[in-house]
Ligand binder design. Structure first.
Ligand code: PLP
Length: 430
């Protein structure tokens, strides 16, 4: 396999774009080698500039739950384009998608559309602060909530991949209001709340973390957070930018039966277009401008093309429950195959998995928080990543990411991935 055109493009890109990419993990620094440049994608496959085909297990970092270039989304976008690309004024589609979201995620009584997951989480924290009149919030180590200043402290995803504890440029003044707890440790959270009594506006978390690899909540953890927030008047925010519309129609909150006050959404909600949203209890959402005093706005928010894509995606998910049973079947088959290979090869590596999210961690330990995720051998992961790429399987270029499966994966694709996984593990260890 040669990637000459990608190499040339990357060399040129580095002259004009910092690091040659528009989002850090895309540069492949954590796995070595050079990034491949993508020309097109269709179904379960992406194709690079040198016309190599790869089976996709990232799916644009989550949004493409039905696979790439799905006809429903493509046609909705083309149809919407015929009427113009942006109006900066209300449209019927915004009302329709808001109603649909409140139906699919019942804890959301009102919702505001924004342009990214980052905007959604920044706005939700501002809202929680405005609503409670308190300044501090708790986030968990290894969770990633986008690149808003107050979240770039012990953050997961690209921040963890690059090995930055915090980002320069975030002021001490900002950082002091972000309190950090270890994931799955309710006692540590209680202690933080006790030591900052009456000062905490919100607890924000990924209910299923995907940004330190896939890490599930321990039994009772989400429920205990809910109870604590109720006792202390703290706004509980589930960041479901990854898990929303993926783990179930109503996201992780439906799967685990725990209801947050606010939810942040992104990725799938835009069908591949730049969209995010935050929503929740009416009483809190009515603090958002112009209903209330907490300011938040956007020139392109509710953009008609993005709304058309999102609406086509959500309508399909709402009307097709088999999407979720299919994703569960695909996830179980794939992870089952990986587990068989690991057993056969005498490797005791940890696989965390729920539905269509999974991570194969290069550690024998249980992975339940950021520290245990960091036990993984990232050098071995890098070799495994490259071996998979050579076999036509495109993984997230970092150990600290979840993989996202799509309904476009056929049984034949899954068999191919399982075979490539086993062959790559053998290669890594010989
Ligand atoms: N929250 C979570 C849980 C995410 O996974 C991400 C991105 O991966 C974000 C927020 C930020 O979303 P965006 O990259 O659209 O700004």
């Amino acid at each position: 396999m040669h990637i000459n055109k990608s190499k040339d493009l990357f060399a040129k890109a580095q002259h004009f774009i910092p690091g040659g990419v528009n989002s850090p993990v895309r540069a492949f620094r954590a796995v070595g080698g050079e990034p491949i440049f993508i020309k097109k994608a269709d179904g379960a496959f992406i194709y690079d500039e040198d016309d190599n085909a790869y089976i996709e297990l990232i799916n644009s970092w989550g949004p493409m739950i039905l696979g790439h270039n799905h006809p429903l989304i493509r046609e909705a976008v083309i149809k919407a384009m015929e009427h113009g690309t942006s109006f900066g004024a209300p449209t019927s589609r915004e009302v329709e998608i808001a109603e649909l979201i409140t139906h699919m995620v019942p804890s959301i009584e009102k919702v505001r559309m924004v342009n990214s997951g980052t905007e959604a989480t920044m706005s939700a924290i501002r809202l929680a602060r405005g609503y409670t009149g308190r300044d501090k919030f708790i986030k968990f180590e290894g969770h990633y909530h986008g690149h808003g200043d107050s979240f770039l402290i012990a953050a997961g995803s690209g921040v963890a991949t690059m090995g930055y504890p915090d980002s320069p440029g975030v002021t001490k003044g900002t950082a002091k209001d972000t309190l950090l707890a270890p994931h799955n440790n309710i006692e540590a959270v209680k202690e933080l709340v006790e030591n900052n009594k009456g000062e905490i506006a919100a607890i924000i978390l990924e209910p299923v973390a995907g940004n330190m690899g896939c890490v599930l909540p321990r039994e009772g953890f989400l429920k205990a957070l809910r109870e604590l927030c109720d006792q202390e008047g703290i706004v509980l925010i589930f960041d479901e930018v990854m898990s929303g519309f993926r783990l179930a129609k109503g996201g992780a909150q439906e799967h685990f039966g725990v209801t947050p006050d606010l939810t942040t959404l992104g990725k799938i909600i835009g069908g591949g277009m730049p969209v995010g949203a935050y929503g929740g209890k009416k009483e809190i959402m009515d603090f958002v401008s112009p209903a209330g005093p907490v300011y938040q706005a956007g020139t392109l928010s509710g953009n008609p093309i993005a709304m058309a894509a999102g609406l086509a995606m959500l309508t399909h998910l709402n009307e097709t429950p088999s999407v979720y049973s299919d994703l569960n079947r695909i996830g179980n088959k794939l992870v089952g195959g990986f587990q068989q290979s690991l057993k056969k090869l005498g490797l005791n590596y940890t696989i965390n998995h729920l539905g269509s999210m999974y991570t194969l961690f290069f550690t024998y330990n249980e992975v339940y928080d950021f520290d245990s995720a960091k036990n993984s051998d990232t050098v071995l992961f890098g070799k495994y990543f490259q071996a998979m790429l050579q076999k036509g399987i495109y993984l997230a270029p970092s150990q600290y990411e979840s993989l996202f499966l799509s309904t476009a994966l056929s049984d034949k694709d899954i068999e191919k991935i399982i075979e490539a996984n086993e062959a790559s593990l053998i290669e890594v260890f010989t």
